[in-house]
Design a protein around this ligand. Structure first.
Ligand code: ZN
Length: 349
């Protein structure tokens, strides 16, 4: 990494992989860096490969050849970072033993609490330790996903603050109570930590508690998001959501970043599962007044302040604010999809 950075500063873009590899072997002979020899060499090669990817992304981003948010140059890792991870490939000869233990080179056999059966032979395994001191093993496995049986239903989703999400079919998804409890515990632990003296052992203990609480919130939120996203994908042939960047424009300070994180993950899960199970997924990109537009007659009413939960259009239809928005998202998503497919959007006869 240091070598790479120096090369970058000197204006050279690349050092060959072979050259880096050679320097790594030399580094192992340096007594201060002898710890490099304590791990499997495959792990070090994988770290170099990751560094390569990080630099490639960074260079392409700088050159404007990469879509999405700008990518920062890679940063140094430390053996003291709270989150650590290593990856073993097949070359490293890791194995799942007959006794259902995980055997890793230069580490030994590890007892594993399996969260599920491995459907086939994994091509690599990544072992991570999170800031709460827990170890995880994730396996890369190639599977052929099977499309779910087709269904007629399509759905638009309005992500909200009062309720987590409202679906155009009338379903509402509220944040689970256990999640709010976990979030409260996290806030307590954080307050506790801030009261402890710097450098004290009580502070160290409090820090672990905060990390544990964080991990619990993250786990609970992920499980919960998996459950709901899976059900939505199973029940619907097409799923449309409002683009979150656009959502951000209309958002006040009231909306905490907690919500943003939850939405982002939820939407990503929907997108991935849609791709996996042969469903359509669409972000409604175009700005349109999803709350002011009457989903029954198409007339755009006046602006509605946030506390207005229900309103009646001039056409006589009374709308729930979020449900109306979800229906508009469904209609807009359908229209965009038809356009993209080369079809025409024709006015209702
Ligand atoms: Zn109307």
């Amino acid at each position: 990494m240091a070598v790479r950075q120096a090369a970058f500063e000197q204006g050279k873009q690349r050092i060959s992989d072979a050259e880096l590899s050679k320097r790594l072997t030399l580094a192992k002979k340096d007594p201060e860096r002898a710890w490099l020899g304590e791990v499997s060499s495959v792990v070090l090669q994988q770290a170099l490969a990751d560094l390569n990817t990080a630099y490639r992304n960074f260079f392409q981003s700088v050159a404007g050849k990469r879509r999405g948010a700008p990518v920062a140059p890679p940063r140094f890792r430390s053996r003291k970072d709270s989150r650590q991870s290593i990856r073993f490939t097949r070359n490293a000869r890791f194995a799942v033993t007959a006794g259902r233990k995980l055997r890793l080179p230069k580490v030994g056999e590890l007892k594993v609490a399996w969260s599920r059966e491995l459907p086939s032979d994994p091509s690599s395994v990544t072992v991570t330790r999170d800031s709460a001191g827990r170890f995880f093993a994730s396996f890369v496995i190639i599977t052929d996903d099977q499309a779910l049986p087709p269904t007629e239903a399509e759905v638009g989703i309005d992500l909200g603050l009062a309720t987590f999400a409202v679906l155009s079919d009338g379903t509402t998804i509220t944040s689970a109570r256990f999640l709010r409890q976990a979030e409260r515990r996290l806030a307590n632990a954080a307050r506790n930590l801030s009261r402890k003296q710097k450098g004290s052992s009580n502070r160290a203990k409090a820090r672990v508690k905060v990390a544990r609480a964080h991990a619990r919130v993250a786990d609970a939120r992920r499980d919960w998001a998996h459950k709901h996203s899976t059900r939505i994908i199973c029940d619907n042939q097409a799923v449309y959501v409002e683009d979150l960047c656009i959502k951000g424009l209309a958002r006040t300070r009231l909306a905490k970043s907690v919500h943003d994180a939850g939405w982002g993950m939820f939407v990503r899960m929907l997108e991935q599962k849609a791709a996996r199970y042969g469903r359509a997924f669409g972000r409604v990109n175009r700005w349109f007044p999803s709350t002011r537009l009457c989903s029954a007659c198409g007339v755009v009413g006046e602006a509605k302040p946030l506390h207005v939960r229900e309103w009646t259009c001039a056409c006589g239809v009374t709308h729930d604010r979020d449900l109306n928005a979800a229906r508009n998202i469904l209609a807009a998503g359908r229209a965009e999809r038809l356009n993209a497919c080369g079809g025409t959007v024709s006015p209702a006869a």
